[in-house]
Design a protein around this ligand. Structure first.
Ligand code: NAD
Ligand code: ZN
Ligand code: ZN
Length: 345
């Protein structure tokens, strides 16, 4: 089969011929319905190397996957061939306490593993077939098409997990600021809208993304800069926002976040832009909680899929054929994707 593989760091991925995988005992082979192109893949391709990640090359890209069960390895029960499933993306050891809680994104044995998931050190979903190491990593779908489900496994799950942590702050009259209204951001806006009564403010440097953020449920949308800080401070009567999700994560967006967060607010860093923020007594309002976040838990994925099955959130999908998968990443890098680029092999 053909697969879009990362063969060298700091080098564009290649569409290559690889062997069809077959499931060993306990494994499940998935026929891919959709594989999302995440901005993290752009960081992986262009910014990362062997010194940062323990991944052995080559491997197939694509860590945001859904499809149909194609073949069950010996001993796998509870799934049927042809059944539609979403793939839980972070693959941990499966046996530590956090993995047993369904939080494989925070597996305490991750450092001993040469991968973080399919598409992250092991073969991912930018190919017709994906080998999943265990049925524990699959969530059955009912009405949702795998193409629409794929982005929910990361672009949906990651903001869902960070919003859920801050739900107690998002009471009526509160404000949430989403910086970066792309693949994750357009889902963050819809999730905030579906789960809370908070006023949603989007910030993005791309005017198309700002228009789209308003369609997705934001009450206001601003280009970043001092004027946007003044607008947000004025909208919140000088107090600031209860939650700021920085889904870009460069120095400028972190400084922006610190300028619009209110005392006791949550400033959550989602974006892997490589920026940093000085943590000191006077660098943010008193009582602000600063947190990074990585992906989400398996129970949270079940919840996001349930929200989508109920019609409360929907990933905006731009489809690409596998032959055009490299173009999906080029379009993502150039800011030409509205919502999520999904490769449909
Ligand atoms: P995307 O390209 O779809 O969206 C990024 C958006 O940010 C775009 O709309 C872009 O215009 C905007 N943007 C870029 N620079 C900006 C700036 N300086 N100020 C304001 N807006 C700016 O990307 P995505 O797939 O949504 O991913 C977003 C970030 O989240 C990436 O850094 C990605 O690696 C990261 N990510 C993190 C996790 C996690 O678990 N923490 C999971 C997935 C993705
Ligand atoms: Zn991702
Ligand atoms: Zn573990």
């Amino acid at each position: 089969m053909q697969a879009l593989q990362l063969t060298k760091f700091k080098h564009p991925p290649d569409l290559r011929e690889v062997d069809d995988p077959t499931p060993a005992p306990g494994e499940v082979l998935i026929r891919i319905g959709g594989a999302g192109a995440c901005h993290s893949d752009l960081h992986l391709i262009h910014d990362f190397d062997e010194s940062l990640v323990p991944f052995k090359l080559p491997f197939t890209l694509g860590h945001e996957n859904a499809g149909w069960v194609e073949e069950l390895g010996a001993g796998v029960t509870g799934l049927e061939v042809g059944q539609p499933v979403a793939v839980y993306g972070p693959w941990g050891c499966g046996t530590c306490k956090l993995c047993l809680e369904g939080r494989e994104n925070y597996c305490t044995n991750q450092a001993q593993l040469p991968y973080a998931g399919g598409g992250l050190g092991r073969d991912g979903g930018m190919a017709p077939l994906l080998l999943v190491p265990s049925a524990r990593l699959l969530v059955p779908l009912s009405d949702l098409n795998p193409v629409d489900a794929a982005p929910l496994t990361d672009a949906g799950l990651t903001p869902y997990s960070s919003i859920k942590r801050s739900l107690s702050l998002l009471v009526p009259g509160s404000t949430a600021v989403v910086i970066g209204a792309g693949g994750l951001g357009h889902m963050a806006i819809q999730l905030l809208d579906a789960l809370t009564t908070t006023r949603i403010i989007a910030v993005d440097s791309n005017p198309d993304a700002l228009r789209y953020a308003l369609d997705a449920g934001a009450a206001h949308a601003f280009a970043p800069g001092p004027e946007a800080i003044m607008e947000i401070r004025s909208l919140t009567r000088g107090v600031g926002a209860e939650l700021v999700l920085d889904i870009v994560g460069v120095n400028d967006t972190l400084a922006f976040a610190a300028a619009v967060i209110r005392p006791l607010g949550h400033l959550t860093l989602v974006g892997i832009g490589g920026g940093s923020f000085p943590f000191g007594f006077f660098t943010a309002p008193y009582g602000v909680s600063l947190a990074t976040t990585y992906w989400g838990s398996l129970p949270e994925l079940v919840e996001v899929l349930a929200l989508a099955e109920a019609g409360k959130v929907r990933a905006e999908v731009v489809r690409y054929e596998l032959a055009d998968a490299a173009k999906a990443y080029d379009d993502l890098a150039a800011g030409r994707v509205r919502g999520r680029a999904v490769v449909v092999p």
